[in-house]
Write a protein that binds this ligand. Structure first.
Ligand SMILES: Cc1cc2nc3c(=O)[nH]c(=O)nc-3n(C[C@H](O)[C@H](O)[C@H](O)COP(=O)(O)OP(=O)(O)OC[C@H]3O[C@@H](n4cnc5c(N)ncnc54)[C@H](O)[C@@H]3O)c2cc1C
Length: 235
């Protein structure tokens, strides 16, 4: 299978860098093809602006969504966006490897979503279970820095990390039709032996990522006027 790792950390020798390398070696040893988008190494431009389009529908006033739809139809995005979109089309599975910064992904990854998950390419006219990237799967592999492992959780000081990740898992990935596995969450400030256990746990998950069940988000048919009306059911 084709697996793309989208990696957002500025330091190759970091824990995130190790997790990216670990996943890449393990998955290749299992016969998968692995591609990597190393956003810092690529100096990936995080700012969405008019330079993202090689031709403009309206050169006088920038409406970013209108230009995204136009560029999706005409393949007229800037080269860096087109390359990332080609990698997504190639991938059966996408792993996002990043540290939690201010409760979310580093800005360079947010910018990647803004520019690459374009209207007309990733979604539009349909979204969620009608999104354009249907058939693909993804998983977030994140590290956090909470000094006390109990900081995260239902009754923890910081609440559930999964709730912070909803905006990527549901509102970007599933919004674009991608099915999402439970995140892999690594506490970076845990003692060494616990960190080693997490590498072992990651290995166990990576060996079976194509068989793991995905998060059962509701299909659009369960909603009326934006409100959930149906009993939970996975089609
Ligand atoms: C701007 C900013 C905002 C932040 N906001 C938040 C926030 O909102 N919430 C939050 O929880 N945290 C936050 N943090 C903390 C951040 O999440 C952690 O610093 C980050 O997750 C650690 O990942 P790293 O790859 O940088 O780790 P590193 O600093 O590289 O490493 C962490 C530890 O892992 C060890 N390590 C490295 N490689 C390995 C390996 N192969 N095997 C075993 N151990 C290894 C290192 O020696 C070190 O002890 C923030 C940090 C920044 C810079």
């Amino acid at each position: 299978m084709n697996i793309l790792i989208v990696y957002a950390h500025p330091e190759p020798t970091s824990l995130n860098g190790s997790l990216k390398e670990f996943a890449c070696s393990l998955l290749e040893s299992q016969g998968h093809n692995v591609g990597i988008s190393d956003l810092y190494e690529m100096s990936f431009k995080a700012i969405a602006d008019g330079n993202d389009f090689r031709e403009r529908k309206n050169p006088h006033q920038l409406n970013y969504l209108t230009e995204q739809m136009n560029a999706s139809k005409n393949k007229s995005f800037s080269q860096d966006i087109l390359l990332e979109q080609e990698k997504l089309e190639w991938a059966d599975f996408v792993i996002f490897q990043f540290p939690i910064w201010w409760t979310e992904a580093p800005a360079i990854l947010k910018g990647w979503f803004d520019r690459v998950f374009a209207f007309g390419f990733a979604y539009g006219p349909g979204a969620y279970d009608k999104g354009n990237l249907r058939g693909k799967k993804a998983m977030l592999s994140v590290t956090h820095g909470a000094p006390n492992l109990n900081n995260y959780g239902e009754f923890g000081l910081k609440g559930k990390l999964e709730e912070r990740l909803f905006n990527i898992q549901h509102e970007k990935l599933y919004f674009s039709g991608i099915e999402v596995l439970e995140p892999f969450i690594f506490p970076s400030s845990a003692p060494l032996e616990i960190r080693n256990d997490y590498f072992e746990n990651y290995k166990k998950r990576l060996l079976h990522i194509f068989e793991e069940p995905t998060i059962p988000f509701h299909p659009l048919s369960h909603y009326q006027n934006g409100q959930l009306v149906n009993e939970f059911r996975k089609d």
